[in-house]
Design a protein around this ligand. Structure first.
Ligand SMILES: Nc1ncnc2c1ncn2[C@@H]1O[C@H](COP(=O)(O)OP(=O)(O)OP(=O)(O)O)[C@@H](O)[C@H]1O
Length: 244
């Protein structure tokens, strides 16, 4: 299909219902450049892959969904939340994992950084401690709980950033190249968590076509336009053929 219309619904791996992302005639101009043009799509699948060439607009699309870039024209609703008008509700609903984890580390130690995500959550100290311990365990960071966060390796920081986002249990997780810095074992660990175990809806921007293939739907951007949306296997085969 072309850049407008609905992506074909795909079966969700999770029994938990997901809500919808509705993008209507979205344009984004940045610094006088058209970065996204006329993007229209409805997404109710749980795992959504965003692929395409460097500079095609993938990260900008993800940043719009996360409220970090404002639409120039058109509208975007994430689970019924207007991204341009309801920033506070959007921040509660969405967790964003950036490519550069340094930008997300806010506290001196690993455990404090994960706990910081739960400030204002209404949980008791004990509940926070339990959630933090469980998150550190899932990401293999327990032994580093008291380590200075800024001294971790790049891959360990990536795991910490994921733990700090997912501990809040957001309804939508946006991950921009989440496995870029990870070794094979940790890439599998993170892929397993995001793709297989997560109950939240996931938008993952990735150049890793194996990750994209494991999603329920894939979107392909080219030169700021959504040029393909649908079942990942066929879409990826077409994309590979373009570069054969
Ligand atoms: N703040 C900005 N001002 C002007 N142009 C921008 C800005 N941010 C991004 N762009 C441009 O928008 C285009 C799309 O960028 P974007 O980061 O969304 O692409 P991408 O598909 O995620 O690329 P990559 O795969 O390389 O990460 C690029 O040409 C980029 O230079």
């Amino acid at each position: 299909m072309t850049g407008s219309g609905s992506a074909a619904p795909a079966e969700s791996a999770s029994a938990v219902p997901v809500r919808e992302i509705v993008v209507d005639s979205l344009d984004v101009d940045l610094g006088g450049t058209v970065v996204l043009a006329d993007v229209t799509v409805r997404l109710d699948q749980r795992r959504i892959a965003v692929i395409g060439a460097n500079g095609s607009g993938k990260s900008t699309f993800a940043r719009v969904l996360g409220g970090l870039v404002t639409p120039t024209r058109g509208s975007v609703a994430v689970h019924g939340i207007d991204v341009a008008r309801q920033q506070k509700a959007l921040r509660r609903a969405v967790g964003i994992v950036f490519t550069n984890p340094d930008a997300q580390i806010l506290m001196p130690t690993v455990a404090e950084d994960v706990a910081f995500s739960l400030r204002g959550s209404g949980l008791t100290r004990d509940e926070i401690a339990d959630r933090v311990a469980a998150a550190l365990d899932v990401y293999g960071l327990t032994a580093l709980a008291e380590a200075p966060a800024h001294q971790l390796s790049g891959g360990q920081k990536q795991l910490l950033a994921l733990a700090a986002v997912l501990v809040r249990r957001p309804a939508l997780v946006i991950a921009d190249e989440p496995t870029t810095l990870l070794d094979l074992g940790n890439a599998r660990r993170v892929g397993g968590i995001l793709i297989d175990a997560l109950e939240a809806q996931l938008v993952v921007v990735t150049h890793d076509l194996e990750v994209a293939a494991r999603c329920d739907v894939a979107l392909r951007f080219a030169e700021g336009r959504l040029v393909d949306a649908g079942e990942p296997a066929a879409l990826i085969a077409d994309y590979r053929a373009l570069h054969a």
